[in-house]
Design a protein around this ligand. Structure first.
Ligand code: SAM
Length: 281
């Protein structure tokens, strides 16, 4: 099978079922032959080896089963950096880049800021913030050992491993009481009911524990808002991603707790109130 034949067969298989059939076919083929996409354009007559053909067919089969392309390729770009991802860890989303932007903006004048990342996942938030703030240090928490493994690998890949400490913990449970300048969190906020409506790529492949609290979508957020003040310096910030339609209920949680002030909600590119920023008194 040549590159040109492989591309057209994958394109046909994906058409109508898989998003962006052309681009997906090219990404999968490039990964199967271990080259960049430009190689495909330059060498349409290249004959795939038996091993490359097998890999290609396996990748196509997996994508047709709706496995996310990022798991098949083993990587996802976030904040201009490449992160290793795979089954067991959430694929970083573009809207989470907002949270990084706000954290950098808020902390850039603080010398040696100490940051707590709750639910580090692939490490995308921690690593991006550490790259932007060269004097910062992060304590990164996750309940999932697989996530912590990926985060450690990604921290090493981007040369920030010396400034990040990992703790396996159920939120604050095993985190020593220290006072951080900021707590960053992209918690599992999809409700149990909403989970049933997610596309198969998400609901059948990404880890449930990264997506949902198994309840109304707010139970982890409630715990974070309740305990975060004990872990922040006076005037420290909680910067947290929330889900579609949650802003009003999240605002009530902050308003009913007088330890918080200056609560604001920031919209993402779709106009959804996506990030909440609050200051502890
Ligand atoms: C939405 S993902 C976010 C991952 C990553 N920060 C990102 O933005 O891509 C939520 C993360 O929180 C972790 N998590 C879920 N429940 C947790 C808990 N009770 N304590 C600590 N981490 C938890 C999950 O394992 C997952 O890695």
């Amino acid at each position: 099978m040549t590159i040109s034949e492989a591309l057209s067969s994958a394109r046909q298989s994906f058409a109508g079922t898989i998003e962006e059939p052309e681009r997906t076919a090219a990404s999968i083929l490039a990964a199967s032959v271990g080259r960049g996409r430009e190689f495909l354009i330059a060498h349409p007559e290249y004959e795939l080896s038996i091993e490359e053909s097998k890999r290609f067919e396996d990748f196509v089969r997996r994508r047709l089963m709706h496995e996310p392309l990022q798991y098949i390729l083993g990587r996802q770009e976030f904040y201009g950096l490449e992160f290793s991802v795979g089954p067991g860890v959430l694929i970083p989303r573009p809207e989470t880049e907002l949270l990084v932007q706000f954290a950098v903006e808020i902390l850039k004048e603080t010398a040696g800021p100490e940051i707590l990342d709750l639910g580090v996942g692939s490490g995308c938030i921690s690593v991006a913030v550490l790259k932007e703030l060269p004097t910062a240090a992060v304590t990164a928490v996750d309940i999932s050992p697989i996530a912590l493994e990926y985060a450690g690998r990604n921290a090493a890949k981007h040369d920030v491993a010396g400034r990040i400490k990992f703790i396996e913990s159920d939120l604050f449970d095993s985190v020593p009481v220290e006072h951080y300048n900021a707590i960053l969190a992209n918690p599992p906020y999809v409700s149990r009911e909403e989970m049933t409506h997610l596309q198969p790529e998400v609901k059948d492949y990404e880890p449930g524990i990264a997506l949902t609290d198994g309840s109304d979508g707010l139970s982890i957020i409630r715990r974070i808002i309740k305990f975060a003040p004990d872990y922040l310096v006076k005037g420290g910030f909680l910067i947290m991603e929330i889900g579609y339609g949650q802003a009003e209920r999240v605002a009530e949680l902050f308003v009913s707790d007088d330890r918080w002030t200056n609560v604001s909600f920031e919209k993402d590119l779709q106009g959804i109130q996506r990030t909440v920023i609050a200051k502890v008194k």
